[in-house]
Design a protein around this ligand. Structure first.
Ligand SMILES: NC(=O)c1ccc[n+]([C@@H]2O[C@H](COP(=O)([O-])OP(=O)(O)OC[C@H]3O[C@@H](n4cnc5c(N)ncnc54)[C@H](O)[C@@H]3O)[C@@H](O)[C@H]2O)c1
Length: 344
């Protein structure tokens, strides 16, 4: 079977902890042949650590020897590098979010269509067993009415890397963490069209110098991004979403959940439960799922590689990821404007 020659661009935390190990777990279809990073020393170290034969100083020089690239740079560079790769005839797997703005996403999508090459974004929650079964169980919910999303951390602003750098990341808790839950919700709901968005982004807590943080340290004085966001989203099909995400909320403990109430039943994603009136009583179905994060990473890597090789259907399509960025952009704009944003 043909192997996909993979180049890694930006080989910091997520490339080393998730994507390189995942590709190394499927050697029958992927071979990592090259790495590139702005930090040349890091690129050399990573190549040595994972036995990758070629190191490049510029990403353009890497395109010649690969079939696909995986982009794990700060968000600001996703669009620029993805478009360059697609124009060079290389498939692209890019870390989330797709890009900082909708216009960048549109340019990425156009480049992928023009080159007829695959573009996919690393929304890995779709590959969790819980999510995959929840997607099937949506048939029990019927037409969705209200979706509630809560992705709340009590005191976990990522105090490393560039997560709190607005210029490089485009935002904070919403674009970094909330994006996964917008993506997963939209996927479960079969991609409804958002028509109106009202959002508020806060960053009061993280500006307080004495603030407690469990995930490293950061400079409170120059903290510019959101650490807590709430939003209300109306969809064209009449359904709505109550959304909240935070890196640092004053709550008892972290909460991660999506729950969907529909006409025929309800569904809770974390943990997966189904609620339905049946046999004249209201029944709750619970599940026993043990997630293995490595399995999720490998399933995601396999789906991208097999899609490039023409052997699978891509699970995370770029138009869907662009819709997530559309919502993120609308929430931030609504917050700045102080009123709702109409999207259609
Ligand atoms: N899917 C997830 O849950 C998840 C988790 C963490 C990070 N991420 C995403 O992954 C991306 C990278 O995050 P990270 O935590 O690995 O960051 P990181 O800072 O650890 O690594 C980023 C690497 O990119 C390199 N780099 C910066 N600009 C570059 C450029 N123009 N060209 C080439 N290399 C460049 C840096 O030198 C660094 O080695 C971000 O988009 C982030 O949102 C996703």
């Amino acid at each position: 079977m043909k192997k996909l020659k993979m180049g890694m661009i930006g080989v910091g935390g997520i490339a080393q902890s998730r994507h390189i190990p995942a590709y190394l777990a499927i050697p029958e279809i992927v071979e990592i042949t090259a790495v590139q990073d702005l930090d040349q020393t890091r690129a050399e170290e990573v190549a040595k650590k994972f036995h990758i034969p070629n190191v490049f100083a510029n990403y353009e020089d890497l395109f010649e020897m690969v079939d696909a690239v995986t982009i794990c740079t700060p968000n600001k560079f996703h669009a620029e590098i993805a478009i360059a790769a697609l124009e060079a005839g290389v498939h692209v797997f890019c870390e989330k979010p797709m890009a900082i703005s909708v216009s960048e996403c549109e340019a990425m999508l156009a480049a992928s269509q023009k080159a007829n090459k695959i573009l996919s974004i690393a929304y890995h929650y779709r590959f969790m067993e819980t999510s995959r079964i929840a997607k099937q169980a949506m048939s029990k919910v019927g037409d969705p009415l209200v979706t509630r999303v809560q992705a709340l951390r009590r005191r976990k602003v990522p105090g490393w890397g560039v997560f709190t750098n607005k210029e490089l990341q485009g935002g904070g808790s919403l674009i970094d963490w909330g994006c996964h839950f917008l993506d997963l919700s939209l996927w479960l709901l079969n991609g409804p069209e958002p028509v109106e968005v009202m959002g508020t982004a806060y960053n009061k807590l993280s500006k307080i110098p004495s603030q407690i943080n469990e995930w490293g340290t950061f400079n409170h004085e120059i903290f510019q991004v959101d650490d807590h966001v709430s939003a209300y989203i109306k969809f064209k099909d009449g359904s709505s979403m109550l959304f909240e995400c935070s890196w640092a909320a004053n709550i008892k403990e972290d909460i991660t959940n999506i729950s969907i109430s529909g006409v025929d039943g309800g569904l809770n994603v974390f943990p997966l439960e189904i609620y339905r009136p049946e046999h004249g009583v209201f029944m709750t179905t619970t599940t026993e799922i043990e997630e293995n994060p490595q399995d999720v990473d490998v399933l995601q890597a396999r789906n991208f590689a097999e899609s490039c090789l023409g052997e699978a259907e891509l699970r995370c399509k770029p138009k869907e990821s662009m819709k997530v960025t559309k919502l993120i952009e609308a929430i931030y704009r609504s917050s700045e404007k102080g009123s709702s944003i109409k999207l259609q």
